[in-house]
Design a protein. Structure first.
Length: 691
């Protein structure tokens, strides 16, 4: 047990968020998800764990207690702040390395003291301290913290030049990212994260998944990103109906167990109720027969002595609902974008795009932060002018635009008046019904907009957009502040929507379910993939140019495969050019030829991965042997040899890091080729079946 809450209770303004809650971090590397509906108390529980908030004590109940073992360091993003905005990014972030540098200084000091120490007992104590400290130093990345620092900065969208900038030069969102970076690099023994994937692009989210999965200490994360949780956590706590329930496994495991537990409890409850009814009816009949009164009492006692099974509480599935039907039907051609260059300065354009959008299409726009996704949407709704090129809408196209900034919308009006001002011709009953569909019921409509949470403001914005019944929805990160049920609801609405959708999102489940076309924006380039997210993942990784496939809308003339793995690119090139003579044009290989070449490449990669794995095992064995030598009494006074052995250990640690990166790279390549082969096989079976 690292950190534990016993009988936890928190109450605000007479409203109980949770009570009788038991929560425990069982081991130092446990990764825990904290899930539940918006407003259920997830962030509050993080504040309790961080020590920022005290639990509510009730005089008629056992005390609420927060217990710690070994006084672990706890890191919570909201506790990270910058004292001096005039400091540079580099100066501020490097403050977190004081612990690492302090350990390094202590290790150096121990080496000097060991060299000078003559007393055998004192010397053994120094060696023991050195060995324990060195292990911790390695666990927190002491040998590669500079590399980790540079990698995290790059993954979160900061350049080498940004290191020299003052904190005051960065936006609020960028400073939040820097605070996050500072927290990660400080490596607290209990890391508390509240929606860490918000405002990160997909590449950064995927990198963060790997980083947190291998994080050396415990993690408690609040997130509504289902794929993110599936890939990171090994246990889940859910807050529902003011209670906290534990589930082993990831998010998918939780969903399965919750359903199974509900069905089992419902079945057991119904079975017991049937038995109670049977015994009660028997007892009632026996009461009227003098010779059977004692038997009637025995039946009643049997009922009294039963361990009563409670009826299972229905899951809290309250959500907004809307049957979104366009008011007017547009023509077949909804939007035409022709060489549209977007950005804020002609000398520094973001990218140029061209595409045609037909009625009923669902275009998902992907890409890194700052590359132009939101800028493209703002250009299409004429909030900013294009730098060059043009676009035009078809006949009868009526747009509804959701800006991600709507979650920060501020107004002193009530929810009722704010909505009514947009639709003054509606009757109050009609307004109340429209708001009720988005969970603004009874007295909630008299809250001011400024009193609403981010998720509630998103619901209000969607209510106003849907009321207009547009036939083209343009949505910029609509799910950022939604809980999982809200996301699933919006997914269902959009998949059943008869109109057309253009959206930006970093939620991969949402993209997978809604989009039927993908526009990927990368630096100075945009590519259209006329299929859904699953096929996009395969095609974008393979970089295959096929007729009707990925179209290069704005080419810079650079090598399209420059960021891909050379070995994988070579394998795919071999597949494309199989059997080609020098004087012949490239011909499309047969499926059998593709399968043969891909099989050869897969076998080669698997052999390389096996060899890498063997090298890793060998290095681990060698390091353990070197550590054993450090404890050899015959070397206890030979500081030159001890130092040399330690240097060998450090060098082999660096080799292990490089080999682990190589192993991960090979693993990714093998997975890509294996998935591709499976899909080719399925396609072949389908075609064979048709024949």
């Amino acid at each position: 047990m690292i950190l534990q809450i016993q009988n936890g209770r928190v109450e605000f303004s007479g409203e109980i968020l949770f009570e009788h809650a038991d929560f425990v971090i069982r081991n130092k590397k446990e990764k825990i998800a904290l899930i539940g509906r918006n407003g259920c108390g997830k962030t509050t529980l993080l504040k309790v764990l961080s020590g920022e908030l005290q639990m509510t004590q009730h005089e008629n109940d056992a005390p609420s207690v927060l217990l710690r073992t070994g006084n672990p360091s706890v890191g919570y993003l909201k506790q990270i702040s910058f004292d001096d905005a005039d400091q540079t990014l580099d100066e501020e972030i490097r403050k977190v390395f004081q612990r690492v540098l302090g350990m390094k200084a202590r290790l150096d000091e121990l080496i000097v003291r060991m060299e000078a120490q003559q007393d055998e007992k004192e010397h053994a104590a120094l060696i023991e301290e050195y060995t324990a400290l060195e292990e911790t130093f390695r666990d927190i990345g002491g040998y590669y913290y500079e590399k980790e620092y540079d990698t995290i900065l790059r993954k979160f969208g900061f350049s080498e030049e940004d290191k020299k900038k003052k904190l005051s030069e960065f936006s609020g969102g960028q400073r939040t990212k820097l605070a996050f970076i500072k927290l990660l690099l400080s490596k607290p023994e209990v890391l508390l994260l509240d929606e860490p994937t918000n405002h990160l692009d997909i590449d950064a989210i995927e990198w963060l998944e790997g980083y947190l999965k291998s994080y050396p200490y415990a993690l408690v994360v609040v997130s509504h990103d289902r794929m993110f949780l599936d890939r990171i956590v090994d246990s889940v706590y859910e807050i529902e109906h003011h209670a906290l329930t534990y589930y082993p496994g990831n998010y998918t495991d939780f969903a399965r167990q919750k359903k199974e537990n509900f069905e089992k409890q419902k079945k057991d409850y119904n079975r017991q109720q049937a038995e109670i009814k049977r015994l009660s009816e028997l007892a009632e009949k026996m009461k009227h027969h003098p010779t059977k009164v004692s038997m009637a009492h025995s039946k009643e006692k049997a009922i009294e002595h039963m361990d009563k099974i409670e009826a299972p509480e229905q899951a809290d599935t309250r959500t907004f609902h809307a049957a979104l039907t366009p008011l007017h039907q547009p023509g077949k051609d909804v939007l035409s974008v022709r060489d549209l260059t977007i950005g804020y300065a002609k000398e520094d354009p973001l990218c140029t795009v061209s595409f045609e959008l037909k009625r009923g299409g669902r275009l998902g726009i992907l890409g890194g932060n700052g590359l132009g996704k939101s800028t493209l949407l703002k250009t299409l709704v004429e909030k900013i002018p294009p730098l060059s090129g043009d676009f035009s809408y078809g006949v009868n196209v009526e747009t509804g635009y959701f800006d991600q900034q709507m979650a920060q919308y501020s107004s002193s009006k009530t929810v009722l008046d704010d909505f009514w001002d947009c639709y003054p011709r509606l009757l109050q009953t009609e307004v109340r019904n429209a708001l009720g569909a988005f969970l603004f019921t009874q007295e909630e409509v008299y809250k001011t907009v400024d009193m609403l949470s981010g998720g509630e403001k998103v619901r209000l914005a969607l209510a106003k957009i849907f009321q207009a019944r547009p036939n083209l929805l343009i949505l910029d990160e609509p799910t950022n502040h939604m809980d999982m049920i809200g996301k699933e609801t919006l997914e269902s609405i959009l998949t059943e929507y008869e109109g057309t959708v253009i959206f930006v999102s970093h939620d991969r489940y949402f993209i997978r379910r809604v989009a039927d076309t993908i526009l990927e924006i990368s630096p100075h380039e945009a590519k259209l993939y006329p299929f859904g997210y699953e096929d996009y993942l395969e095609k974008s990784h393979r970089q295959v140019s096929e007729a009707g496939g990925a179209g290069n809308i704005m080419s810079t003339g650079a090598d399209k495969d420059k960021d891909k793995d050379p070995a994988l690119s070579e394998a795919l090139r071999a597949v494309r050019t199989y059997g080609k003579k020098p004087e012949e044009p490239v011909k499309e290989p047969t499926r059998a030829q593709q399968s043969y070449q891909a099989g050869k490449e897969l076998a080669r990669l698997q052999k390389r991965r096996q060899k890498t794995e063997e090298e890793l095992e060998k290095l681990e064995t060698e390091i353990q042997e070197l550590k054993d030598r450090l404890l050899d009494p015959s070397l206890s006074s030979d500081y030159m040899k001890l130092n040399g052995i330690q240097e060998e250990i450090d060098a082999k640690d660096e080799e292990i890091l490089s080999l682990m990166e190589e192993y991960d790279r090979l693993d990714t390549m093998i997975a890509q080729l294996t998935d591709s082969a499976a899909k080719e096989k399925d396609t072949g079976l389908e075609e064979g079946g048709k024949q």
